[in-house]
Every structure is written in C-alpha cells, then in structure tokens.
Design a protein around this ligand. Structure first.
Ligand code: GAR
Length: 192
C-alpha cells in the first residue's frame, strides 16, 4: 500500500461485534505520537457489543448497523465512511462477512486480526481446533481483508506455545494479550 504521509493522521474506522478489547487498544495506540492513524468512527453490527462503551469514554462517533440486508447496509456504511472521510478500516472481532463489492471499494485498506496462525484455522473456534489437533503452537495474525475469508496477505504474526494444561479459554486469553501487541505493530509496519 502507498505510504500515506502528511500532518494529519489517517482517518480510521474500527468495526467490532463484541468486547472491543482490540478497539480499546487501538484507540490508546492511536493517541500516541508514533501512531499513523486516528480512530474516528466505531462501527458495530450489534447494539450488544460491549466495546460500544468506548465510544462514550473516548468521544468517538459510533454507528450500529443491522446487517440483515447486506446490500442496503453496506450502501449506508459506504456513505457513512465517505461522510467521515474514513481512509482505513480495522476489523477487530467483527463477526460479519463483508461483500466483495464493499471490499473492492476499500481495496488494500481493510485489515483484520485473527486468533490463529493463518492459513491454519480460518473462521471460528480457532483455539479449540488447535487443541483438538494437538498443535504445539498457535498465535494471531494481522492480514489484509480480501474477498476470501481470512485469506489476504499476512502483515504480521505472533506465535505462542500451547501448553498441555491449556484450554480454549486460557489460550484465548493468552492470544488476546498478544493481539494487543501485534495490531499496533502491524499498523506501524504498513505505514512506516
Ligand atoms: C479477538 O480474539 C479477535 O482476534 C477475534 O475476536 C476477538 C475479539 O476480541 N476475531 C475473530 O475471531 C475474527 N474472525 P475483542 O472484541 O476483545 O477485540
């Protein structure tokens, strides 16, 4: 991706569906001097996403969109992103699949964090699958979003060891901690 320079940070939207710990982490990162991005918009597909509370806490605009009719929703979403001059999108625990039409409009400008060492374990339940398969390692990946689910070019990965005593829950906690380090690093890698 072309290097974006200038005095202003790159206006970024974060898409969430749940707790939003990655969102909170990205907001804190965005406030640091070295961050190339600012977080200007939070999108959620559900009002139940706990992470929406960061909108009030950090005074960031939010929008909840119901993805039942994806065509109509994505049209609204595109307008919203345009109105807010959004240049970059970070998916952070966003559990809806965006259409190829939408992805094409933001080609190369949408990234995602995924709780596995891609290409292993695309999709859901990554930690229980890794344990079931007796994998020795797991981890997380930040990658570009393309039309194929969890298949875009990998920007950065972090590997962690799976211990005998690990459960899907303990692994999820360990991996999430690493996600919080990896996502900002990947953003720095893209723009520096
Ligand atoms: C994270 O572990 C993220 O990698 C995962 O959801 C969690 C969201 O946590 N994303 C996916 O599984 C996407 N396929 P958070 O809401 O606390 O950031």
């Amino acid at each position: 991706m072309a290097k974006l320079t200038g005095l202003n940070k790159i206006k970024t939207a974060v898409f969430i569906s749940g707790t939003g710990s990655n969102l909170k982490n990205l907001i804190n990162f965005s406030k640091t001097k070295k961050s190339p991005i600012s977080i200007d918009l939070i999108i959620s597909n559900t009002i139940k996403a706990k992470g929406l509370s960061y909108s009030n806490q950090y005074k960031i605009k939010k929008k909840i969109l119901n993805f039942k009719n994806i065509k109509i929703t994505e049209k609204r979403l595109l307008n919203l992103l345009k109105q807010n001059k959004i240049q970059f999108i970070c998916l952070a625990g966003f559990m809806k699949i965006l259409s190829s039409k939408f992805i094409k409009q933001f080609n190369g400008k949408i990234i995602n964090i995924h709780p596995s060492l891609l290409p292993r374990y695309k999709g859901l339940n990554t930690h229980s699958r890794a344990i079931q398969n007796k994998d020795k390692f797991t981890g997380c990946s930040v990658h570009y979003v393309t039309e194929q689910l969890d298949s875009g070019k990998i920007i950065l990965q972090k590997k962690i060891k799976i211990l005998k005593k690990d459960t899907p829950k303990s692994l999820a906690e360990k991996v999430l901690k690493q996600e919080h380090k990896l996502y900002p690093k990947a953003i720095l890698k893209i723009f520096n």
